[in-house]
Design a protein around this ligand. Structure first.
Ligand SMILES: [Fe+2]
Length: 271
């Protein structure tokens, strides 16, 4: 039987069971920022997991779009973790999270201008040099837009990854959330994506807050996002896909069922 390539995010509450029962999961994504300390029990667990499953390291701490210098400690810890677990992919977001040394813990979008493209692409190149490997950059969901922007988000995203010569992580839920919040057609976004750069897809659940959709990662993937995912698979082929579920984390079975649902869409629609 053909196998799909849809994984789940590794969450602390599931580590024991995964180590004991070793369920059939094609790969796991790990929030790298939680495992950086080489003397921590968390990293010990991760090394055990890495012996059983292919991993993708996903971070929020690079602050690629910030004007602050890169955090030296962060990069050296991340590089050491990469050397230990040998991940298939290392990703972070097209956003900024810190300025003047203050961390916001939010993924804040950037103004879509030529100047920002040059700046951020340079930062991604520098990050790739520091880590001595390709990194993969993800689109964020957004709730604000800048007056200074002179192009669409997809024009900006595409230009950045081309100029940086990096991989692209397409978060299909984030496209849908931003499309509803800013009133654009998510298919326009999808059709503009450079296929050869796409290394991974994210799926997650959002919450409808009435005035806007909020990307909560705390629920099932919604029907319109499944539909958009089917379109993405038709266009991009069989891309490793991940279910992100970070809040109100359910039983492992529910996450695995969600990954299997993505997997059946993948097998049905991939060219
Ligand atoms: Fe994501």
């Amino acid at each position: 039987m053909e196998e799909h390539s849809c994984g789940i995010g590794l969450r602390f509450e599931h580590i024991d069971r995964i180590l004991k029962e070793q369920p059939n999961i094609p790969w796991l994504e790990v929030l790298s920022d939680n495992y950086l300390n080489p003397d921590s029990v968390q990293q010990d667990y991760l090394l055990s997991i890495a012996e059983l499953y292919p991993l993708s390291l996903h971070g929020v701490g690079m602050s690629i779009g910030s004007v602050d210098p890169f955090n030296e400690d962060y990069f050296s810890l991340l590089k050491a973790l990469i050397d230990r677990v040998n991940p298939q992919r290392v990703s972070d977001h097209l956003c900024w999270t810190a300025v003047h040394g203050r961390v916001t813990h939010d993924l804040i979008p950037l103004p879509y201008t030529d100047e920002t493209i040059r700046y951020v692409a340079g930062r991604i190149r520098e990050a790739q040099e520091r880590l001595e490997r390709e990194i993969v950059i993800e689109n964020v969901s957004s709730y604000l837009q800048y007056k200074q922007s002179v192009m669409t988000e997809w024009e900006f995203f595409t230009a950045v990854v081309e100029e940086a010569d990096c991989g692209l992580l397409l978060d299909v839920n984030n496209i849908y959330v931003s499309a509803m919040n800013h009133n654009f057609d998510p298919l326009d976004y999808l059709h503009a994506i450079p296929t050869r750069r796409v290394r991974q897809i994210h799926l997650a659940g959002y919450e409808d807050r009435g005035t806007h959709l909020l990307d909560t990662h705390g629920n099932h993937v919604t029907e319109p996002v499944w539909d958009l995912y089917a379109q993405a698979v038709k266009q991009l082929g069989n891309i490793p896909t991940l279910i992100e579920w970070d809040n109100d984390v359910p039983e492992l079975e529910i996450l695995l069922a969600e990954a299997d649902k993505a997997g059946s869409i993948q097998l049905e629609h991939a060219a």
